[in-house]
Design a protein around this ligand. Structure first.
Ligand code: 13P
Length: 340
């Protein structure tokens, strides 16, 4: 393992003013996104949609440090035969690949899941590296409800994340370590805070035990927010302060950067929260975005599967990428949304 080279990629992924585009929806997840805009979920439509994003040359160059791809996309070519991965590299962005095989029910733990995909991972990563991938992503899912999460599920997921990260680094791939605490429940922000600290401290203990070099990874956590069904809402300022405090208490400063997931927050909430944290500052890491929905909902709607809408979709993508790029350096203002 060449740690200096891994660190260089990790630093590039969290370049100030830029962030990561999570375009790694599995075939099942993109089905839900396409259903919402009335587009048939076939290979060509998936290709056309992602190609329009990667061909947004200025947006990619100015605001997108890396793109997480689903395996199909990493090996797919654009309409003119150019590998899609080359479009990303040509724009100066780093291509990455989602390598987990999804969250499956964890036997003995009703309502909890374990993320699968460790078997054969090293061999897959060798092929992915050849094709141009320089980082990977693995998402562990932790749900909050009555009696969950349990220690058994937190521990199993943290261990799998650490094993994945070690395998990535042995293959010269930067691991994005993503322990996502879902915001679907009715829990309040205190409960999210408590579970976030518990999960992150467990994950870093496991990373230590598996000898993962923290300088060569990127953390992709949730923010500390209330559940969607919680009636007591938290302000932007409270989310920002509590997220920073929870991370400071649990994430070593050797980690180069934090790239948050949006997790179902609205586009503007996700931007406002990131911006508020960077305005507060006082933490040792770069803090940026690794958004899926909060970057893509607008371009997907504008596109709606029609080639005549490609330019409008690219404008919508450009706007959200620019807003989040500003938020990554604490320079976003709500007025910029209205002006657009
Ligand atoms: P969201 O930003 O839509 O949560 O997606 C990010 C992601 O990659 C989740 O794994």
């Amino acid at each position: 393992m060449n740690l200096a080279a891994l660190n260089e990629i990790a630093e590039k992924m969290v370049t100030p003013g830029k962030g990561i585009l999570a375009a790694d929806e599995s075939t099942g997840t993109i089905q839900k996104r396409f259903d919402a805009i009335g587009v048939e979920n076939n290979e060509q439509n998936r290709r056309d949609y992602r190609e329009l994003l990667f061909r947004s040359t200025e947006t990619m160059r100015d605001h997108i440090s890396g793109v997480i791809l689903f395996e199909e996309t990493l090996y797919q070519n654009a309409a003119d035969g150019t590998p899609l991965v080359d479009l990303i590299t040509q724009a100066g962005s780093v291509p990455g690949i989602k390598v987990d095989k999804g969250a499956k029910p964890l036997p003995g733990f009703p309502g909890e899941t374990i993320t699968e995909g460790l078997d054969g991972l090293g061999d897959r990563l060798k092929k992915d590296y050849e094709r141009g991938a320089r980082f990977a992503k693995w998402r562990a899912v932790i749900d909050i409800a009555d009696g969950i999460p349990t220690w058994g599920a937190v521990k199993a997921n943290a261990h799998a994340l650490a094993r994945y990260a070690a395998i990535c680094q042995a293959n010269q791939i930067v691991p994005i370590v993503e322990p996502e605490i879902l915001m679907d429940g009715a829990h309040d922000i205190d409960r999210c805070d408590e579970v976030t600290r518990w999960v992150l401290s467990t994950v870093f203990q496991e990373l230590f035990e598996q000898r993962v070099a923290l300088e060569g990874m990127v953390l992709k956590p949730n923010m500390v927010v209330c559940g969607k069904k919680c009636t007591k809402r938290a302000s932007v300022d409270e989310v920002a302060h509590r997220t920073i405090a929870a991370l400071k208490a649990t994430v070593p400063s050797a980690v180069p950067g934090i790239a948050y997931l949006s997790g179902g927050q609205s586009d503007e909430e996700a931007t406002a929260h990131l911006d508020a944290m960077n305005k507060i500052g006082g933490f040792p890491w770069k803090m940026t975005f690794s958004y899926g929905r909060a970057l893509q909902a607008a371009p997907q709607k504008a596109w709606s599967g029609k080639s005549e809408n490609v330019a409008a979709a690219q404008r919508a993508f450009a706007h959200r990428a620019k807003m989040n790029g500003l938020a990554s350096v604490g320079q976003w203002e709500g007025a910029l949304e209205k002006a657009a």
